[in-house]
Design a protein around this ligand. Sequence first.
Ligand code: ATP
Ligand code: MG
Length: 568
Amino acid sequence: MGSPENNGGNAQAPVVSNFIRDMIIDDMKTGKWGYKVVTRFPPEPNGYLHIGHAKAICIDFGLAKEFGGVCHLRFDDTNPSKEEDEYIEAIKRDVRWLGFDWGEHLYFASDYFQWMFDLAVRLIKDGKAYVDDLTAEEIRKYRGTLTEPGQNSPYRDRGVDENLELFAAMARGDFEEGSRVLRAKIDMTHPNMNMRDPAMYRIMKTPHHRTGDKWKVYPMYDWAHGLEDSKEEITHSLCTLEFEDHRPLYDWFLRQLPDIHQPQQTEFARLNLTYTVMSKRKLLLLVRDGHVKGWDDPRMPTISGLRRRGYTPESIRAFAERIGVAKRDSVVDLALLEFCLREDLNKKCKRVMAVLNPLKVVIENYPENQTEELDAVNNPEDESMGTRKVPFSRVIYIERDDFMEEPPKKYFRLSPGKEVRLRYAYYIICTDVVKDANGNVTELRCTYDPQTRGGASPDGRSPKGTIHWVSAPHAIGAEVRVYGNLFTKENPEDTPSGNFIDNINSDSLKIIDDCKLEPSLKNVEPGEKYQFERIGYFCVDEDSTPGKIVFNRTVTLKDAWARMQKKG
Ligand code: ATP
Ligand code: MG
């Protein structure tokens, strides 16, 4: 059996048990599945994976790993009209990036089409499936409602030979799309609507990305999924709660074929996040209609978007562990995901100085043309990350926000006549404020105390405020992209029109194009992450080039988050 150390590849996350883990522990005691755990993650390749899928991946792969089993990556490619190879590659990349490995167990449902077809023929021969000529509209009418039983189709009692012939003709492409379906013969009065003779095959003449135009009939999810699990000898087929009502059908199909492997389906709650939509259909709409720049837009809840934004696999796995596995749906606060991210970045990131909204400061008593190299600590919480030198000179930039001409009472940053500490450098006092014709502050004149080098004074005085800065002649220019939530409401679906697009935040991207970075950031590479002191965590975007550095704001610092919350 596995140990907490190899849970999801995340050594840090504490293992909290859940009903699925408990079930597997039981099964491993009784030997129900021959002491094996075989799970699968079965995405339909019709879009990019999102953070909800990440939860499922952590459960499917994480549990298999924990119990020394395997997890298959299976593309559930049974609907040729929506699937693309681009999605397959993206999904593989994302699962790997999250830190999971399917080894040789990469499968495609389409590889089982012939086998599934033959089993459908077997059900027809057993009198358990029939070809129905009713239109989709009629089928719906005959189906009844939650309170009324359905009615048998007039085609329900066709003979086996006729059914076999018609199904073969369907498969040859003799009939129009929508003109016939193959249905399971179960019970039109069953209280569970899914059991009222569900469709098993429909006619579709769209070529398939892997089987080309070989097939003119395609299996429906409920028929296909259990068979896919069976074919791969899955023990624990884990899926989300919306499939709970389908489980009787999943089981019914398998019970009609007692000689094939009988897997077991168990459902867990979907992940929902505030300020986020999480269905591939909706995410596709955002991409297609240009509300975002692509599937990997850093505002998207896709794994590729989160990666580009600066999320780490460790932070996402820690989040998945923290939210746990429940049997009831709930909405998780986006702040929790961000909390897990900060926890991880805090340990890993170098802290550097960057000024997002620069205000020029001239230190009048500092010698012209002099530069000093001051020592800066890379991460005060991890000495092993060492120190670096940052240049200091007569002209520096500070954050515009860090100066106020008429400060309120508890303002400890820079203001006329007040002393402030420059991080790793000196104490300065503001002596003069330079303004343009409109009264906007364009420059500050200050003096420094040469006795305070390194940020301490021999006389023991200590200013209340410490601010960050960048030496002007050494500064590197950069573009910084600041992201807000993609939606203005916690529940994006909360709109009178019912259209989540109405709740899009038109202000979710702000580009600041003249930020000043300390020179140690001159040669950054896409994907690198830093903490900009006092501001937040930032990640080099893939648009970044040596000539034009581009950073994404990954997440604010904790206090900034709390402050924002307070301001509302
Ligand atoms: P979507 O509605 O976003 O397209 P889906 O369920 O259709 O999602 P699939 O590709 O069929 O997407 O899903 C693959 C697996 O991921 C399924 O087992 C599904 O249960 C799981 N999954 C999908 N969304 C979530 C979610 N929000 N939380 C947890 N698991 C999810
Ligand atoms: Mg789906």
